[in-house]
Ligand binder design. Structure first.
Ligand code: DHB
Ligand code: FE
Length: 281
């Protein structure tokens, strides 16, 4: 049986990709940010997951504004990134697992989560930066992947509550796969940021911390936050935090916090790291 062994959250911003590509991890600006990932990398090295579900939003590389699915997932054996104009290098291809993906898609759709399935999918910084943060020091990607894209760009958007429900269905989907497999789920994006308009540069540390606490201990509160509530506090792009709720829904109601870290600012954002495991077995 496949099993979700833990959940991680992380920022996905392109500046992190460039900092890694340029080996700036120990620069004063970056040092504390990257230090926040050491316990996560250690845990991953110990538990050795077989597959990572990366919950991210595409920012215009694979889905442009003319065609934007609310929830889409990769059903391929390989995924590649491509130049987005930020200077992040092209990375070695990421392994997929098409039979696993199709199982997950079928289970989700049977549970009422009407997924868009993609047999071809370019993955952008929302996916590649978290992969590099977790595993860049290794000679090759040690996990297979399932890219799980949530539209957080083109309104109308889905909600924190819906993402939480989808996460619960995702857990059922994964844990009904007959093959033994250790799966980790990574929610990416956030935290507060707004990249345009009068409020560009907005970061709300207090709200970020409140969301991180609620995601761990009181996901129902996060579900009660409307998209307007989130965008008023966290900025228009701060809405990316709803993707963390897919990760949270895929874990048990109570979770163990193995690691928690927050740092602001990184580029224009507050950046949060959580490492959670199921506490009800
Ligand atoms: C930044 C944040 C994002 O979420 C993103 O997708 C691109 C850039 C930033 O703050 O630099
Ligand atoms: Fe983003």
């Amino acid at each position: 049986m496949a099993k979700i062994i833990g959940g991680i959250t992380t920022s996905h911003i392109p500046a992190i990709g460039n900092a890694m590509a340029n080996k700036q991890e120990n620069d004063p600006y970056w040092q504390r940010f990257f230090a926040g990932y050491e316990p996560v990398k250690q845990w991953l090295a110990e538990v050795k997951p077989d597959l990572a579900i990366i919950v991210y939003n595409d920012h215009g590389l694979n889905f442009f504004l003319n065609q934007v699915p609310t929830f889409a997932m990769g059903c391929a054996d390989e995924y590649r990134n491509a130049d987005e104009g930020w200077g992040i290098p092209e990375m070695p291809p990421f392994k997929g697992d098409a039979p696993f993906s199709w199982h997950v898609a079928e289970s989700l759709i049977n549970q009422g989560v009407d997924m868009c399935t993609c047999q071809e999918m370019l993955v952008d910084h929302g996916f590649t930066v978290p992969m590099a943060l977790m595993w860049r020091d290794l000679p090759e990607w040690p996990v297979k992947t399932l890219p799980f894209a949530v539209n957080t760009v083109q309104h109308p958007l889905t909600s924190a509550k819906r993402c939480y429900e989808v996460g619960k269905a995702l857990r059922t989907a994964v844990e009904s796969y007959p093959e033994d497999m250790k799966v980790v789920i990574i929610g990416t994006g956030g935290l507060s940021h707004q990249l345009q308009g009068e409020r560009s540069g907005l970061i709300d540390v207090e709200y970020d911390i409140q969301c991180m606490d609620a995601i761990v201990n009181n996901p129902e509160w996060m579900c009660s936050q409307s998209n307007t509530d989130i965008m008023e506090k966290a900025g228009t792009e701060g809405i990316e935090v709803i993707m963390w709720m897919v990760m949270r829904g895929a874990l048990s109601d109570k979770v163990n916090v193995l690691h928690k870290h927050y740092h602001a600012p990184i580029s224009n954002t507050g950046a949060g790291v959580l490492l959670l495991t199921n506490s009800e077995e």
